[in-house]
Design a protein around this ligand. Sequence first.
Ligand code: NAD
Length: 494
Amino acid sequence: MIPPFEGDSYDFRSYVPASNVIGGVLDNGNAGEILEILNPRYAKAMSTCAMSNASDVDAAVQAAIKAFPAWSALPIRERAQVLYRFRNLMLDHLDELCWLVTHENGKTFEESKGEVLKGVECVEFSCSLPNLAAGRELEVSSGVVCKEIHEPLGVVAGVTPFNFPNMVPLWMIPNALVAGNCFIHKPSEQTPLSALRIAALLKEAGLPDGVLNVVQGAKAAVEALCDHPGIRALAFVGSTPVARLVYGRAAQSGKRALCLGGAKNHLIMVPDAEPAMTAQNVVASFTGCAGQRCMAASVLVAVGEVDHIVDEIVSQAAALKVGENVGAIVNSQSQKRIEAYIAQAEEMGATVRLDGRQSDRKDGYWVGPTVLDHMTPSIPGCVEEIFGPVLSIVRVESLEEALDLENQSPFGNASSVYTSSGYVAEKVMARVSAGMCGVNIGVPVPREPFSFGGWNHSKFGHGDVTGWDGFRFFSRPRKITMKWELHEDATWMS
Ligand code: NAD
């Protein structure tokens, strides 16, 4: 029903419209409004996206409610078999899925490969759930047994951002499905196409119609998901202002909600850091996906005399070529926002060591690696999320000063330290205010089976989104206490 994407290079290629998928059937939505989907490399429309309204969301919920009894009645091992087959189909279609991400998002093919393979890892974790999700049982007093089993919630939903159109949906969908739920996915209206291929390959893997539904669109669709009484839980990944709104609105209607937000990740670099590894890692972290990822390094806190490493960072970043090893920016609004932060920092006294503004480029949306030295917290780009390939360097004299600076950030997604000292590493790991921390790691993503999620304004809600926490979010424990005969030593609790 949804054909494979035929692009196999960076050459422009158009694709089918991003429709809704409701009960296994393509649907153009009731709102009638259509948005153009641009390939950011060319700034040219490759498809269109249906902008759904509350009645589309309701249709998806009704399809999911219809599919739920049969799907949830299957033993967990049988549900996981669909995900095993889906995992194999993803690998069979690996290049196709990666090119689709590259075309709709703008990242390089190699970056898309990293994304899709991380998505595969999430699917593999969900395949292991039949072995992990066995319930507990204990004789709690004479003749009395307590047991706990995990049950699905019913219909659940996930709202995802533009920057990882394949991987972030797979943070949610596999665990939710193996747990026995039916799912409604609302992808980003800027990158809605990978969601169609996920739905198509899951169908090919044997997922019954209605178990996964896709509703395209933006604010109106998300608000309808928050408000719909038929949806039991909502997971969200996106920017902090929207995460906060969605968390409040979903909770207001009695839903379980977990909303991951934006980031401003601090990397602390001390003089005993290993120069080659540090420079390579920092550059990869702030330029990867053109800085459009929530785990990107954005503030480098340079402690003491580290000029030799800063110089190496600037020279390695300067060698990267926009369009070859640095991907595109998602749209013109984002490009302008990033450029405005750079201009403002320059005006407010920062030293622009490397300037990625591409004033001479006519096609596509691009910003090259940019290094702003001598940034201070009074400059907005030093504290707000820029979401582009921009590294802000703040100079401090001591580790204490570095930790204070990191602790003042309202965000708390990730933080790393570059050092050869175990003492410094342990001190930083104990003191930074972030959920995902790294020692000599530029992108400290906790890989499966560990769960992904930040702290502070980078996450609203309890628990994390992937791994075991993801399963817990999309399931509920039922506690059963049983006895079968009268025992003389029974207590009042029996
Ligand atoms: P966004 O917040 O603009 O959009 C995210 C989703 O929310 C999209 O599906 C969008 O359609 C919807 N949306 C947008 N405005 C809305 C509104 N007013 N009401 C309801 N729904 C709305 O985010 P984005 O630009 O797509 O993605 C980039 C952001 O996501 C960055 O801030 C980045 O740090 C963050 N992000 C965070 C994580 C994480 O794990 N913490 C991961 C990836 C991206």
